[in-house]
Design a protein around this ligand. Structure first.
Ligand code: BGC
Length: 251
């Protein structure tokens, strides 16, 4: 199936489009709606239902979705920036029942990272690619020779020297905005985080995604690592593209 609907569920917005999973291009307009207040599972599922009906009224296309939490065997195992009632929920079953279509569910950073490997800044890269997304949270994806190692959650690593606050608490893009950190001060925090990741994983390529990666010129040149560190190519669209691309359905 070449066309798949990709949906990226975030704490503030839900974005969806039809994706050509061979070329990595959108085959429809991108629709963005606000996440329902509280981000409760039933409400989010209904919004997703309405989005797929709008994009594909015939009801033929499968759906790949990504969420800001750990998903193991279709079950949510954490909940960041969404209601805690997701934890333990069979997310795949809920979405399939609400939408009456085949669905595939994944973590949002895994989806974004996979999209960068398939269609973006890390296209075809051999070796270990470590993708981080800097947004409301910090998400991560590890892709080794094209194989995704899911649910790495490296944004939750405690950062030594900062009273063991996690990377996300210290250096998410919302922290930069809230604390009005200069690019230089933010980059100094990111440097500690990325140096630690380099020590632990020795990736051969770092990719930095999330909406703020559009402004990479302001902070990536300030970060020094052995491996190259590059901005993502798909910025905020990577989640949609990857959610669809990970949903490989066999007929
Ligand atoms: C969550 C991750 C997610 C990331 C980006 C983190 O708080 O734990 O699962 O990928 O935010 O949304």
């Amino acid at each position: 199936m070449t066309l798949t609907i990709g949906i990226d569920i975030g704490g503030t917005g839900i974005k969806a489009a039809i994706v050509n999973v061979v070329t990595g291009e959108f085959a429809s307009e991108k629709i963005k709606v606000a996440t329902p207040e509280g981000a409760f599972p039933g409400d989010v599922a209904r919004v997703c239902h309405d989005l797929v009906e709008e994009l594909d009224p015939q009801g033929t296309l499968p759906v790949g979705l990504c969420f800001p939490f750990v998903i193991v065997d279709d079950v949510a195992r954490s909940a960041s920036n969404v209601d805690a009632s997701w934890i333990g929920l069979k997310v795949g079953d809920l979405m399939e029942a609400t939408m009456e279509r085949r669905v595939h569910v994944a973590n949002d950073a895994d989806a974004a990272g996979f999209a960068e490997y398939k269609f973006g800044a890390a296209k075809g890269h051999e070796g270990l690619v470590l993708v981080t997304t800097l947004g409301t949270g910090i998400g991560s994806a590890l892709i080794y020779n094209g194989v995704l190692v899911p649910n790495s959650e490296l944004g939750h690593i405690p950062i030594p020297g900062y009273r063991n606050r996690t990377a996300e608490q210290l250096a998410a893009n919302v922290v930069r905005e809230r604390k009005r950190l200069s690019w230089k001060r933010w980059a100094a925090r990111l440097q500690v985080f990325y140096s630690l990741l380099e020590k632990l994983f020795s990736p051969s390529l770092f990719i930095v995604g999330g909406g703020v990666s559009k402004h990479y010129e302001n902070f990536l040149p300030l970060i020094s690592l052995r491996a190259p560190i590059l901005p993502a190519q798909h910025f905020n669209d990577a989640g949609i593209l990857g959610a669809a691309a990970l949903a490989e359905f066999t007929e």
